[in-house]
Ligand binder design. Structure first.
Ligand SMILES: Cc1cc2nc3c(=O)[nH]c(=O)nc-3n(C[C@H](O)[C@H](O)[C@H](O)COP(=O)(O)OP(=O)(O)OC[C@H]3O[C@@H](n4cnc5c(N)ncnc54)[C@H](O)[C@@H]3O)c2cc1C
Length: 262
């Protein structure tokens, strides 16, 4: 849709260009920004001119994904995620857009939009990734993506901050996911990712909760131990699912994943 209040658009080509004037916001793929009215938005600063390398292998065996990496580019890079590679395509497809959307929607844009059904939030939180944030003073700060998304349309970004990249640690030994929606092509209503690595067993709940819920165990929990933790979630309610159904589905998925790894 046309954003009729937007008066100017700038292409950022250097970090200095990211100093935002009042009323400006950063633009990535624009698939959310141009999907609904943006009250008070006067200017856009396009991040795609910064030329960030979409995917970089890290020295520790992890992978750095630029915030501007598109979902299509991420899908192409799946093999760089080791044992977690099988998660990439289904979670890209969990954003129920056409290939045209996947070619422009970005990993950073999905996480910064902070919808409960954000599949990149699920992927990054579920694999223990770190958000690398550029601060307006020229500095950088880091935090787990699972803490970066704080609620419905809410993130830990302070005014003027930009998500630079998402750093995935080396692949876990095992990772799997479960996803449910009310209809075959519906938005995610429950999306659970589990992984097992040297640190133990970690289960991450998204889509059925407003923000990611992460449950980490040193060793594989019993069914009762896992369920007791998952029960502590606050269940989200919208047109894509009632809270009691989301709770029941999430608990079933958690147990399925626990049984699968054991
Ligand atoms: C057909 C269709 C289906 C969709 N399905 C889903 C779905 O299932 N789940 C879901 O979560 N979303 C969905 N969306 C919403 C949206 O398109 C996605 O969340 C998409 O990933 C947003 O990415 P983008 O690059 O287009 O972001 P943009 O629209 O460019 O930006 C989104 C927001 O994030 C901010 N932003 C972007 N990048 C950064 C950055 N690096 N640092 C700081 N702020 C930033 C922008 O200022 C803006 O507020 C869907 C959209 C469409 C059109």
């Amino acid at each position: 849709m046309d954003l009729i209040e937007v008066e100017r658009m700038r292409l950022a080509t250097s970090r200095a260009d990211l100093a935002l004037a009042p009323g400006e916001a950063v633009l990535a793929g624009g698939t959310w920004l141009f999907s609904e009215p943006q009250q008070g938005l006067r200017g856009l600063v396009d991040l795609t001119g910064l030329g960030w390398e979409p995917v970089i292998d890290l020295p520790d065996g992890g992978v750095s994904i630029a915030a501007t990496c598109t979902l299509a580019q991420l899908r192409d890079a799946a093999s760089r995620f080791g044992a977690a590679a099988a998660l990439i395509a289904p979670l890209v497809d969990a954003l129920l857009g056409s290939w045209k959307i996947h070619r422009v929607a970005t990993v950073g844009g999905n996480i910064c939009t902070a919808l409960p059904a954000g599949p990149m939030t699920a992927l990054a939180s579920g694999l223990g990734a770190t958000a690398v944030i550029w601060t307006p003073d020229g500095g950088e700060r880091r935090m787990p993506v699972s803490s970066f998304v704080t609620g419905l349309r809410s993130t830990a970004l302070a005014p003027g901050e930009v998500l630079r990249s998402v750093e995935f640690p080396p692949s876990p030994a095992w990772a799997a996911h479960r996803r449910a929606s009310l209809s075959p092509l519906g938005r995610s209503a429950a999306l659970v990712v589990a992984r097992r690595d040297a640190g133990g067993f970690t289960l991450t709940v998204t889509a059925s909760t407003p923000a990611p819920c992460v449950f980490a165990f040193d060793a594989l929990p019993t069914a009762a131990e896992l369920a007791a933790e998952v029960e502590s979630c606050a269940w989200y309610e919208d047109a894509h699912g009632a809270p009691d159904w989301r709770r029941a589905t999430t608990l079933r998925f958690a147990e399925e994943l626990r049984a699968e790894v054991s």
